[in-house]
Design a protein around this ligand. Structure first.
Ligand code: ZN
Length: 301
């Protein structure tokens, strides 16, 4: 856990609001998870908004379309524009800290309370679950902290790419702070002057570099999905936190759980595409519910 954890937790508890219950209660959720041996957890963008990483599709979704995979692969100008924006948006992604939800899930895994945590599936690319201490994590959509070469497959560190871009583009600033409204969750940011931006090539082969994240229109690697499916198969419950389940990459695990007949607990502010399969459905901020479920605050407050 990071040094700022107690302070973040204090703030979350102070800001506690009554949970809006759609189906079942926080007590019910806690009782359910205490009654099973194991649960898998799926998290989405809503888990990271309290860390200043903005949400694509939630209530505060930003304007602008995310970049498409085929366009990025085929078009040098698209790659130039992406990297120019990502260069400026990196300050927000690079400096975000885990919040009480990340810490609660790390504690859940460590203490196996209220039940053992089979594995943590996340749709987020910000790396905050690992930073908070979670071990069994599948980052379904990849990691923004890595760069992959589309031509030779070499993986390199995103921070190193940042330094190479700075060296190749002297005089271009990176002044955006965490939570800046023009920054999107994939580290993309909205900048207007990108036509002259110089994108460094792969150091190994001179090829095209891409952040190691799954773009819209790009399939999630099969082995990642298989590992998550195996976790859901071994679990007696599935918890969804902070996801509207608007993409199939997450929704399929809810369907899998429902097909197996295991209970599904969904905690999210706003409607989700998985609501019809939810055994318990809490419409509430995840950073207040998850710490309660993991024993970081009393359930009956
Ligand atoms: Zn290469």
């Amino acid at each position: 856990m990071s040094a700022g954890a107690p302070r973040l937790l204090d703030r979350a508890l102070r800001d506690w609001e009554p949970t809006q219950v759609l189906r079942g209660s926080l007590d019910d959720a806690h009782a359910l998870l205490s009654s099973v041996h194991s649960a898998a957890v799926l998290t989405g963008a809503g888990v990271s908004t309290a860390s200043g990483v903005p949400d694509y599709r939630g209530p505060r979704a930003q304007r602008g379309r995310p970049i498409q995979y085929q366009q990025f692969i085929a078009d040098a100008e698209s790659r130039r524009r992406y990297w120019a924006r990502a260069y400026q948006g990196w300050a927000a992604m690079g400096h975000a800290d885990p919040n009480p939800t990340h810490l609660a899930l790390a504690r859940w895994e460590q203490l196996s309370w209220p039940c053992s945590l089979t594995g943590l599936i996340t749709q987020n690319v910000d790396g905050l679950h690992r930073q908070a201490g979670s071990q069994e994590v599948v980052e379904l959509h990849g990691r923004i902290h890595e760069v992959v070469c589309l031509d030779c497959g070499q993986l390199t560190d995103r921070e190193e790419m940042q330094q190479r871009m700075a060296a190749a583009n002297p005089g271009l600033g990176t002044g955006l702070a965490v939570g800046h409204p023009e920054i999107r969750p994939d580290g993309d940011a909205v900048v207007e002057r990108w036509a002259d931006f110089v994108v460094p090539p792969c150091l190994a082969c001179g090829g095209r570099l891409k952040p190691n994240v799954v773009y819209f229109g790009e399939p999630v690697p099969r082995e990642r999905v298989a590992r998550c499916r195996e976790w859901v198969d071994r679990s007696e419950a599935l918890v969804v936190a902070g996801s509207s389940l608007s993409v199939m990459s997450g929704l399929r695990f809810v369907r899998q759980a429902a097909a197996r007949g295991i209970p599904v607990v969904i905690v999210n502010q706003g409607a989700t595409r998985g609501d019809e399969w939810a055994t318990i459905r809490l419409d509430a901020p995840v950073q207040q519910v998850l710490p309660a479920l993991a024993g970081l605050r009393p359930v009956d407050d």
